[in-house]
Design a protein around this ligand. Structure first.
Ligand SMILES: [Zn+2]
Length: 253
């Protein structure tokens, strides 16, 4: 049913393009910016008590401003230091009928030598054990129901949905655009990876989760408390969203 609606919309857009000129300006894309954690949920804790929830909020605000300047409508899942459950985050995104969902997180490791930036999109199967463990940590604040770990039914159902398959392809392309730009920042690129993140499961739009660095790495952790570095991450994310959107509008390649 939703596929039919989507096809109908596609035909409508194509038809208005053929007629040319008279159609109203297209609605600006709605980007949902999700600052991970918040309130009592600190997320990862890094060097000198650097908290993931503070880092993600800073980057989210600057990403939002960059996107607004570029003409996007931005919806935030949180704009202050408060707790928002994972399910609430997906509900905010779906209510806003977002075009894209970008979830921001910071990483941690017991090994201080582990560092780097990585971008995830949803998968039933994690890229590797490390990705699965990360998803378990990021999903830990899911309190509404125990859909994870142990139950694959929700993810399985989502992946069987053809509409979601289309989202996965777009999510993959968005993740690639993001990771390519973030890889230009100092520090190693850990690439595009996949894992079963709950916050990505419920959103009905292309969605990615960006781990912007390891708070526990001695160099990266220090960098992640520097405002200019966080601005550079936000700027790169904004450029990636714009590049992704432009390519999508050009149509199938
Ligand atoms: Zn996180």
């Amino acid at each position: 049913m939703r596929i039919g609606a989507a096809l109908g919309l596609g035909i409508l857009i194509a038809a208005s393009g053929i007629q040319g000129g008279e159609s109203p300006d297209p609605q600006p894309a709605v980007v949902v910016v999700d600052a991970g954690h918040g309130g009592a949920d600190y997320g990862a804790r890094g060097l000198d008590d650097l908290l993931e929830k503070d880092v993600t909020l800073d980057v989210a605000q600057h990403l939002g401003w960059a996107l607004e300047r570029a003409g996007y409508t931005v919806v935030y899942t949180r704009g202050s230091d408060r707790f928002v459950s994972l399910v609430e985050r997906t509900e905010i995104a779906n209510r806003a009928e977002g075009s894209l969902f970008v979830s921001l997180h910071g990483n941690a490791s017991s090994d201080p030598e582990v560092g780097g930036i990585e971008t995830y999109f949803l998968s039933k199967d994690a890229t590797d054990e490390e990705a699965l463990r990360l998803a378990e940590v990021e999903n830990a604040y899911l309190q509404e129901s125990r859909v994870f770990p142990g139950s694959e039914s929700i993810v399985g159902n989502i992946l069987q949905d053809l509409v979601w398959t289309a989202h996965l392809e777009r999510s993959s392309r968005l993740a690639s655009e993001i990771q390519r730009r973030l890889a230009r920042l100092p520090g190693p690129s850990r690439g595009v990876r996949q894992a079963p993140f709950v916050v990505l499961m419920g959103v009905n739009m292309p969605a990615v989760l960006v781990e912007i660095g390891f708070l526990t790495h001695p160099v990266e952790g220090r960098r992640l408390r520097e405002k200019p570095y966080l601005r550079a991450i936000a700027t790169a994310l904004g450029e990636a969203v714009r590049a992704y959107q432009e390519k999508e509008e050009e149509g199938p390649r």
